[in-house]
Design a protein around this ligand. Structure first.
Ligand code: KG4
Ligand code: ZN
Length: 337
């Protein structure tokens, strides 16, 4: 089966062709991503109008390039998959309207995909088998969610952030430290330069009985520290970065492993932009080993952690939620229901 995936929920414009074999193994034939990040880097955050305008410019060239791996797109493509939400309305509309038009013109069934499912299903790319039940932690710029998945399509939301998402906390602290947007990758880089937790920031809700998160207080604790400093030396930024990662990652790991033991999960799946962080992966592996857990641990390859269309096509393959071209609509508030 051949699926064309389209993703435009935030600042990326992405299209991908995936191919599945009869065992369901996913092969990515193309995964083209055009980002307006360099523009947002200057403004310190995403300006929705600018993102959508860029996406309008790039959507057709990106789809053309992604489909260039096929000889005859109209003949070979079996399904068109597109992100319906959550995300920025103007951005989502670019993808949904384009997918709707292609579905009508090429007469192909259309699959609407929840962006958050995309982040989870990025784990199935190039993989043979993942055992259920599993616990998945989605950590991105907009979301921090823990879900229990008993089988494909059987997803139970366990908890999420009450305020800022983990990636958002990195981006906000990055801005405080005058680092370019997005802060996450910069903070990861700076933290590598030191090796001790100097500031010991609070670890919000780490012992709470639920599976919720809260990162806005942590950001305020960092702000207090930053306010007391006049010059941001490399050493200072590195220590703040290290201690921030330490606090955020300890909470993420503790809550995820609590869900694993509560529900006897056989696998743990990370997903979302923050999952691209090597330190987070290493800390998870260390803790799984320390606790002698037999749980398998999966993190998508780096380029499938941040927003991309291959994960949308993959989620569509496992959850074939076909919608008529004239019924699909973008939903910025789409969530786990
Ligand atoms: O999944 P994503 O591309 O977009 C959303 O759906 O939000 O995630 C973007 C987020 C940003 O907050 C960015 O700072 C964070 O992921 N991020 C990272 C890393 N790479 C991206 N955070 C920590 N370490 C990284 N290496
Ligand atoms: Zn995302």
């Amino acid at each position: 089966m051949i699926i064309l995936g389209i993703e435009t929920s935030c600042d990326e414009t992405s299209a991908s062709i995936i191919k599945t074999d009869k065992n369901g193994k996913i092969e990515v034939l193309s995964n083209i991503i055009s980002s307006s990040l360099p523009l947002h880097s200057k403004t310190g955050g995403i300006i929705p109008e600018i993102a959508a305008r860029e996406q309008l410019k790039y959507i057709i060239p990106v789809i053309k390039e992604a489909t260039s791996v096929l000889k005859d797109s109209k003949k070979e493509i079996d399904y068109i998959a597109v992100t319906m939400g959550p995300g920025l309305i103007g951005s989502l509309l670019v993808g949904v309207e384009t997918a709707r038009t292609l579905s009508y013109v090429w007469n192909k069934p259309l699959i609407g995909v929840n962006h958050l499912f995309g982040h989870i299903y990025a784990n199935w790319i190039n993989k043979d088998k993942i055992e259920f039940p599993l616990v998945s932690l989605i950590v991105s710029g907009g979301h921090t969610d823990l879900v229990l998945i008993k089988n494909h399509g059987d997803i139970i939301w366990l908890g999420g952030t009450r305020d800022d998402a983990a990636g958002e906390a990195f981006d906000k602290v990055g801005r405080l430290l005058n680092l370019p947007y997005p802060g996450g990758p910069q903070i990861e880089k700076m933290a590598l330069k030191v090796d001790k937790d100097l500031y010991k920031f609070p670890k919000p809700l780490i012992d709470s009985k639920d599976f919720d998160f809260s990162f806005s207080g942590l950001k305020t604790a960092v702000l207090r520290e930053v306010e007391n400093h006049k010059d941001f030396t490399d050493e200072f930024i590195s220590h703040i970065s290290f201690s921030l990662q330490e606090a955020v990652f300890k909470v993420l790991i503790e809550k995820t492993l609590k869900a694993v033991s509560t529900f006897n999960a056989k696998s743990i799946l990370l997903g979302g932009g923050v999952a691209a962080n090597q330190k987070l992966k290493e800390e998870f592996e260390k803790e799984i080993q320390n606790r002698n857990l037999k749980t398998s641990f999966y993190v998508p390859e780096k380029n499938f952690c941040t927003d991309n269309a291959a994960m949308i096509a993959t989620a569509a393959f496992y959850n074939q939620n076909v919608i008529a071209w004239n019924k699909i609509s973008a939903n910025p508030e789409l969530y786990f229901d």
